[in-house]
Design a protein around this ligand. Structure first.
Ligand code: UDP
Length: 311
């Protein structure tokens, strides 16, 4: 049985990865310090003998007994509100945490995939974003703690690949949504759905003309799995290129929920990217991957999850 370590296992994406690898017949070792993760997301796996859980902060030395075939590093605060509240932990998990896990991968001769982000492109001046674009990041702005940690993560991952010959994979994840997102993580989707369900007005930041492109979590997980199994060590964008403005997105949520609320406007956070859409030509060509779940379908599934939380 192949053994995989998943960090951030109790988080939104990490917990879906645990399900995926259990389903594919792996022995899964989940690790999380529960800073932003929640055991509720993985408690259904605890009775499974092929699942183990370590409550540990990967910014400290990581010890895992036995062999490891794969490591997936998904531990990090990942919503703008979270990394504003936890700037030092965010910097540490992306830098020290990644260093520890690369060391573990080297010692175990395991292949490691690290979760990078569209935030490496900052407030992008090239649109849509291709992997060749180097980005437009403010290192000392509020988002710098996340963006620069992830940029360092990519650099050290590539250095372990070229200098130590570790098998590495880098995925650049664009906005992703689905069940197990936190209703209070401050991101636009849980914020809008939560507000609509409570009959409150939806808070669009700025004038709502900024764009995002939302990928349903099952598509992302599929892309992660395909990249891990590929032999491609350069970064690959994974996301859904279907781009909309925050205003349009708010209207969709109002229609979907049937809420009588309206959009209201709040100040735009500092360095909030004006536009974001992945160029997924590489994922298509190298992994044979593209998203399958459209927003209408994905939003319905996500809404049912949030309704079950609230009721
Ligand atoms: N946003 C918004 N209202 C909210 C939360 C977010 O208008 O209540 C906007 C935010 O300013 C950004 C976009 O929605 O332009 C996506 O924000 P999110 O926090 O989901 O993630 P980001 O893509 O900025 O990392």
């Amino acid at each position: 049985m192949k053994r995989v370590l998943i960090t951030g296992a109790a988080g939104f994406i990490g917990s879906h990865l645990c399900d995926k690898f259990i389903g594919e017949g792996y022995h899964v070792i989940g690790m999380d310090n529960l800073l932003t993760g929640n055991l509720r997301n993985i408690e259904h796996l605890f009775p499974n003998p092929n699942f183990e859980f370590y409550h540990h902060d990967v910014s400290k030395f990581v010890h895992v007994p036995g062999e490891l075939d794969y490591i997936l590093h998904f531990a990090s605060p990942a919503s703008p509100i979270d990394y504003l509240k936890m700037p030092i932990q965010t910097l540490k998990v992306g830098s020290l945490g990644t260093h520890n896990l690369l060391g573990l991968a080297k010692a175990k001769k395991a292949r490691i995939l690290v979760a990078s982000t569209s935030e490496v492109y900052g407030d992008p001046l090239v649109h849509p974003q291709t992997e060749e674009y180097w980005g437009n990041v403010n290192p000392v702005g509020p988002r710098g703690v996340y963006d620069e940690a992830k940029r360092f993560q990519e650099a050290i991952t590539m250095a372990y690949h070229t200098f130590h010959g570790v098998e590495t994979r880098i995925i650049r994840i664009f906005n992703t949504y689905g069940p197990r997102m936190r209703l209070d993580d401050g991101r636009v989707l849980p914020a809008f759905i939560g507000q609509a369900l409570r009959g409150e007005d939806l808070t669009a930041f700025g004038d709502g003309s900024q764009t995002r492109s939302f990928c349903y979590v099952s598509d992302l997980v599929d892309g992660i799995y395909k990249l891990l199994m590929s032999d491609y060590a350069q970064p690959v964008n994974v996301g859904n290129p279907d781009e909309i403005t925050i205003n349009q997105f708010g209207e969709e949520i109002l229609k979907l929920t049937g809420a009588k609320s309206k959009l209201i406007y709040k100040p735009l956070p500092i360095d909030d990217p004006k536009q974001r859409r992945p160029d997924i030509s590489k994922a298509k060509a190298i992994l044979g991957w593209e998203p399958k779940v459209n927003r209408a379908e994905g939003l319905k599934l996500t809404l049912s999850y949030f309704q079950s939380l609230i009721n």
